[in-house]
Every structure is written in structure tokens, then in C-alpha cells.
Design a binder for this molecule. Sequence first.
Ligand code: ME8
Length: 640
Amino acid sequence: MNFYITTPIYYANDKLHIGNGYTTIIADILARFHKLAGEETFFLTGMDEHGTKIEEAAAAAGKTPQQLVDDNHKLFIETLKALGISNDFFIRTTSEKHKKGVQKLLTTLYEARTPSGEPVIYKGNYEGLYCTGCEKFITEKELTNGLCPAHLTKPKAVKETNYFFRLSAYLDQVEQLIQSGRLKIMPEGRRNEVLGLIRQKLDDFSISRERVKWGIDLPFDPTQRTYVWVDALPNYITAIGYEDNPEEFDKWWNKSQVVHLMAKDILKFHAIYWPAMLLAANLRVPDILFIHGYISLDGQKISKSLGNAISNERLIKDFGRDATRFLLTSQFPFHQDGDINYRRLYEKYNSDLANDYGNLVSRVMKLAFTNFDGKVPTPDDTLEDQSVELRAAIASTPDKAIELIRNIDVLGAVETIWNLIRCANRYFDYNKPWELAKKGQMQLLGTILYRSLETIRIVASLTSPIMPEKSEQVLGMLGFPKGYRPIISDIDRPNFLKPGASLVAGENVFPRLQVPTAEVAATPTVAAVGEDGIITIDDFAKVKLRVAEVLACERVPDATKLFKLQISVGEEQPRQIVAGIAEFYTPEQLVGKKIIVVANLKPTKIRGIDSNGMLLAAKSGKQLSVLTVDRDLPPGATIS
Ligand code: ME8
């Protein structure tokens, strides 16, 4: 059976945070394990580039949406590379491939009829509240103190004519697919949650937006843009050739086990809307939706909008790429929420990687070099070396680990492999091989080292999906050529190492790390550490800040957050800037104010309007204040 695994496509409004990194690393580990198990595998990740959220982030950054997503695309790719992600394709929703695929699906849905003969898509009116952070309509009931509980922002009131998807006609079928296990929702608790939602009889959902500009045109009504979720979900099929490569599409969608990974925030879209859309378009539904837990940092929620996330880059800097992959995925079960604490990361690195695994490799290699001239010794199976437990663990671990991986239990697989490592360490300590050379018991010593080297081979092979570079390093020490990819048929072959073959001396694989003092070990946040954002005086000097007088200000039509301002920066001509502050001021409050602007920003267009500069404002929660000067300085005064 082929294996097709996906992550959510992450919003392109910012760079990837460790919550996104977490899902993607697990998907990568699963994909690499399935390859190791001999299956043909396709691994997809990507970015979600349309919708109001992106439009607003672009306006706030003084960029066009396209510039913003292009810039963030570069950052996404850098992060994926830094994390060692081996995705087979990266889908961008602004790509032609994707847009054409979405339009094909929408045309199919527009022409389709429900089982009782009604059109699947119909036109209707919507009036209600909308949360831009979630990119979804939200009911009064779901609010906490009038705010969206996920984003702590006030939803907007919207009234629009939209096209709707007749969800009601498919709820029974979706329920049946879930009940029968054909569409498996894991873990069990999430499955029950979805079944509960279906029983509440969800409303039909709108598939288009009248006011949104940044999106895919509806093929049957170009005055409307596709709702961002109806644009995003089909990425799972557009990426594998739904519109442009029927053979590939058939292979990966119809003839594979299809697994979508995500956290609970987007469960409803994936477990109800997506299968219903597929049913209406007469397409196969996925096999497994795995809903993993949320990670937090020292008990604090991680999110792009709340901006508290310690970065993927910071972890890689402190622990290295492979150890980061290991530490993030072996702390708590994938299906449960878990808290990350920096001190615990150091402790786990030292106990599991430096002590258990790294030490085993160092000890065995050292004895093989001092006593066997760096060659694989010859084992003698007739000798009594108390290896029953170790041999049983060697024989059972590979199958057990792969079985756990098929069940999407990465932690379980790690624990099984570490059980084998600990078993090898016990075996080693029990036999005290370092004393045997002195006693002249070279055959027994050789046998113990051989079994230990074989264990290291199996451990390095089985951990290769989690720590690919470290595995290559260890397997290189055992004499495997660079680029050797362990596969299950090799792993399972007993006594694969050839006696007499040369070993290669190497550096300590996991040097111990100094656990920082309590203050330093507090989990850092990006803001506190400033790590990626540290700049020099020279960097800062490049930014030309100037005092500007607001000459005129007006609202941008159809954009609740934007003002168009005419300002004087002491130049001959006034300048025009567009600023996302309309929710906090009236135009009258701004005219006459002496504000601070970045004067040497590349001119850009925001919602089609020229913007030549950016004003500075301070923000805290829902409060915003434009920076001003408190003396009567002339427009154009410099700021240093
Ligand atoms: O929802 N812990 O994108 P997104 C673990 N574009 N995982 C986390 C996490 C956390 N604290 N925070 C986020 C979107 N994630 C849509 C998806 S798919 C058709 C469209 C992970 O950038 C987790 O996988 O908000 C979650 O589902 C996803 O990031 C949300 O990413």
C-alpha cells in the first residue's frame, strides 16, 4: 500500500512557529518511517496564502499581499530545510496549479446535485460575526466576554450575499463513514467530538466572500472570491495532480492510505466540511485524520498572533537539528497536549541522547579500536554472555517500532527503541568487557562487542527517520557508505555486520550539554531573547525615521482597518501613506498631529492604493497609540 501524508498548510501571515514545526516534524518522521518500511510514500506540506488574515497582515507590514506571501515563503522554506523536512512537494495556494484545481473542484460542485436532486451550491444571504484570526463565522455562543476565545479579538459583524454549500445533504453520509471506521478519526475522543458536532445538525456553510479581494475567483461568479477554507482544503488534492496529472492523482489519492495530520483547532473543517465536499464531488474521502495535542511553552499558548513563540531556529541553535527533532517529538504522546520547558529539554538531551545512546556508541567503539584494531570482531555463539534479553530485544524491536508508527505513535516507537538501547547498556555493564582484555578473554570480548555493534546498527537504522544526520554519522562509524538509507530488510537481517570489516573512528555523537542555571533555563520567548531579531547600530541607522505632519486623512472604502493619509515630511510634495489604524482613531483625531514615519521604505500598493512610508504606533492588547512628538518640531525633523 502507498502512503500519502499531509500537514495543514500554514497561514502565510508570518514565519513558522514551533507548533507548526511540531506537526511537520512528526509528518516527516512518519513519512521517513514508511519509506524505511518499504512503502512508496508522498509527503505534502505547504502554505495558505489567501484571505483577509493575509490581506491585513500585508497592510500592517506595508506590503502587498503577494510581497508578504513571497517573503514568508522564503522563510518557510528556510525553516523546513533547517528542520530537515523531506517533503516531496510544497503547495502554495497562489500557484496556478492550485488555483486551477480549486476552480475545477468548484465547477464540479456547482454542477453537482445532492442525492435528493437539489443543487449542491446555492446563493443566499449571510449576516453574522466573523473572526479573521480563525477565518470563520463565529456565533455569539462561542464568544468569551465578547471576544473570540482563540484570538482574543472582537469578531466583525458582516452582512453579505454568498454562495453556500448544502452541508445538510451530506451529514448523514459523513457520520456513517466515521461510524464505520472508513474515515478514521484518531484519537477516539476527537472522533466522539466530531460525531457530537454532526448530531447538532450543522448549518450549510458559505463558500465565497463578496468583499474579500485576495483570493481565487469563483469560476461561476467572478464577482466573488472563494472562501479561504474552501480554497485551502483542496490543496490535498491539487498538489498531487487533481487538475493536471490524473495518473499521479489516482496513485496518491485513490490507491494510497491517505493521512491528514492537524491539531484540534481545525478539526471541524477537516472532519466534516472536507469529506462532505469530496462526497459531493464524487471523490474518495481520506483514510485517517490524526488530531494531535497542543504544545505550550511553560504553560503559555503558542501562536503566531500572540507572538510568544520560541522559534524553531532557536531550538536548532541550542540543541542541533536532529536533537531538536527528537526532543520535540519524544516528550509526550502525540495525541495529548504537552508543555515544553527549556530545562527539561536539556535534561532529556543529556539522559536519553548523551548518556543512553551517545555513551553506548563511544564505549563500544573505543573497545573495538583498542582491542580489535578498529575491525568488527567475530562473535562466538557458543559463549555464555547472558545475551538472551538483548537478542530478544534485537529481534522484536524493529517490527514493534514500525507497528507503533503505523498507529501514529511516535513516542511509543521512541520508547521501544530506547528500551533496546538500555538493554544493550545493561548487557554491557553486566559483562564488564573492559576487564576481559586484561584477563585475556578476547573471544568473549569480541562476542560482546559484536552484539553491541549490531545493536547500535539497529538503533541507528530505526532512529534514522527521527535523526537522519546522526544516524548517518553512526552508521558511517560502522562502515556504511555515506548516503546509505537503512531499509527494513537490512535492519531485520541478523548479524548483518561482517566480521573483519573496518570501523571508522568518529566524534562523540551527542556531547553532553551544560544545563543552564535556573534563570537562563527559563524558556525563552522570541521577544525576550531577541535572537533572530538582534540588529547592530549600523542596521538601525539604515531606517530613516522622520517627523511628519498629518495634512489629511480618510477611510479606505471597504476596508474597516485602513486609513489613507496625506502627510508632510518636509519635502516639496506631500506623501500618501496607507495605515491599518482605522479601528483606533477617527480621521479628525489624526489631522494636525505630528507623527513618526519610516521615510525610506520602498513604495508599495495596499488595496491598490499607493503607500509611500509607514507610520509608527505602539500596541498593547486591543489598544493602539500612534507615536507623536511632544515639542513643535517641523515636519522632516530626523529621529535618532
Ligand atoms: O489553521 N501545538 O493554519 P495555521 C501544536 N491555514 N501544533 C500547533 C500549535 C500548537 N500550539 N499551533 C499550531 C491553519 N499548530 C490553516 C490550515 S489546512 C487545509 C489549512 C499546528 O498556520 C497544528 O498542526 O494556523 C495546527 O492545526 C496548525 O499548526 C494550524 O496552522
